[in-house]
Design a binder for this molecule. Structure first.
Ligand code: HEC
Length: 200
């Protein structure tokens, strides 16, 4: 020790120093997980409508386009499916065995668009066979929840997803079915009523 130091200086301890500690593993893991989540989120997000439309993206909205005019944003049938149908019919379109019938490969989905539009507008209550299996639940009524163009979009979506490849459904067809069935206050009685319509 240096002889020239006074007593007070001699009592001084060496400054503590922190060792080179690596970032705790759980922080590294959390950052990694967040990074992967955000990358996946960006990759998986389907942006079919202009972001300017905000919350009404899936609806029919008019947004100013680059030219200063107004452009009609296409309605995203897939987004409507996610919002209104996925809980029961599932993202795979396979439904839930014995409870919610499949839309993938369903003869009703691929069948007459008039019947399909009727199903969406008024719902089904009663036994219905889908791909050889009997279901006896309640398909909700959508006539007050979705507009013609939204029904057309979601039907077009389910007819062209999960291997289904039936033609698109036009908004005018939905409007005409809405009009011709407007007196109806009950849901369709499953197969009994719907297969007659399908056979017409
Ligand atoms: C609350 C659950 C529920 C929701 C939400 C729902 N469905 Fe259904 N859906 C059913 C049930 C249950 C049946 C079968 C009805 C029966 O058993 O009488 C059915 C039947 C159908 C059928 C005819 C049978 C088939 O599998 O092809 C179609 C088409 C259909 N739904 C489309 C839709 C579409 C499109 C939406 C969203 C706009 C939707 N459903 C939302 C429960 C639901």
């Amino acid at each position: 020790m240096n002889e020239n130091l006074n007593d007070a200086q001699k009592r001084e301890k060496i400054d503590p120093n922190e060792d080179n500690k690596p970032l705790p593993w759980f922080i590294t893991m959390t950052i990694g997980a967040l990074f992967m989540w955000s990358a996946t989120y960006i990759k998986e997000t389907v942006m079919t409508a202009a972001p300017e439309a905000g919350d009404s993206r899936s609806e029919q909205v008019a947004v100013a386009c680059a030219g200063g005019g107004l452009a009609k944003v296409a309605i995203d049938g897939g987004a409507i499916f996610q919002a209104k149908c996925v809980a029961c019919h599932q993202a795979t379109g396979e439904g839930i065995a014995g409870v919610f019938p499949p839309l993938a490969g369903s003869e009703w989905v691929k069948g007459k668009p008039e019947v399909l539009a009727s199903i969406l507008l008024h719902g089904i209550n009663g036994k219905i066979h889908v791909k050889g299996t009997e279901y006896n639940g309640q398909m909700p009524v959508f006539k007050d929840l979705l507009k013609d163009d939204e029904i057309a979009a979601v039907l077009t979506h389910i007819r062209s997803t999960w291997g289904n490849n039936a033609p698109a459904v036009d908004e005018k067809l939905v409007a005409s079915i809405r009009e011709s069935t407007k007196a109806r206050a009950t849901s369709y009685d499953g197969d009994d009523e719907l297969s007659k319509l399908e056979a017409k």
